[in-house]
Design a protein around this ligand. Structure first.
Ligand SMILES: N[C@@H](CCC(=O)N[C@@H](CS)C(=O)NCC(=O)O)C(=O)O
Length: 213
């Protein structure tokens, strides 16, 4: 398998965690987002959206991190990323979507660049925007996790799954922008439990072949 990835991309980070949890070996094809590798015609011919991640599996080319993760789960069912019961699956997907649909897309590099280049906002304003949307999402995630009997060592029970895969990269991004995470004690407890696992630690940006300090 080949994963088009950027060390700092949280969407690629999700897929790296998923591949590691499934025990799947893969090669990394670095796409340097800051240098705009994502706009190169050769990469656009692989992923016309010009975003990472893209996963090649045999003759298949797959895009969109959550679609890739569900594909991995459907083709390699062990260990499962989702619970079996429909209501519980909906709970996990709801937690995932807070991150993947409501926080991440508006804090993406191309959005931050638009705020800076087209709308003229400075670094301080962009940092404020970034942390505002993470805080809004985490203020919903925290009680959903803290007050549910389904929450265990991880977002859903005592094994890592899809919600943890979405959550951990978002926490790493929040740390990078120096958001005060002390108010999110359940999120941070789960995050720390995840980071004790090799699958999560090995997927961390600083452990990638294209890492830059
Ligand atoms: N919904 C997509 C989002 C992918 C995405 O936005 N990737 C970011 C990195 S985390 C990217 O490639 N950004 C490039 C850019 O903004 O130019 C997914 O989950 O795969």
């Amino acid at each position: 398998m080949k994963l088009y990835s950027y060390f700092r991309s949280s969407a690629a980070f999700r897929v790296r965690i998923g591949l590691n949890l499934k025990g799947l070996a893969y090669e990394t094809a670095p796409i340097h987002l800051r240098r705009n590798d994502q706009s190169r015609p050769d990469y656009r011919s692989v992923n016309p959206q010009g975003l990472v991640p893209t996963l090649e599996d045999g003759g298949l080319t797959l895009i969109q991190s959550m679609a890739i993760l569900e594909y991995l789960d459907e083709t390699r069912p062990e260990p499962p990323f989702l619970p079996k019961i429909p209501a519980e699956r909906a709970r996990v997907r709801g937690l995932v979507d807070i991150v993947a649909c409501d926080i991440h897309p508006i804090n993406n590099l191309r959005v931050l660049r638009y705020l800076a280049r087209e709308l003229g906002h400075d670094e301080a304003a962009i940092g404020k925007w970034y942390n505002h949307w993470i805080t809004a999402g985490f203020q919903a995630l925290e009680p959903l996790l803290a007050h549910s009997d389904h929450t265990g060592a991880f977002c859903h029970g005592d094994s890592p799954g899809l919600a943890d895969i979405a959550l951990v990269p978002q926490v790493v991004n929040a740390e990078r922008y120096q958001l005060d995470l002390a108010q999110f004690s359940t999120i941070m407890r789960i995050y720390q439990n995840c980071m004790r696992l090799d699958a999560f630690a090995a997927a961390h940006p600083r452990n990638q072949p294209d890492y830059e300090p």
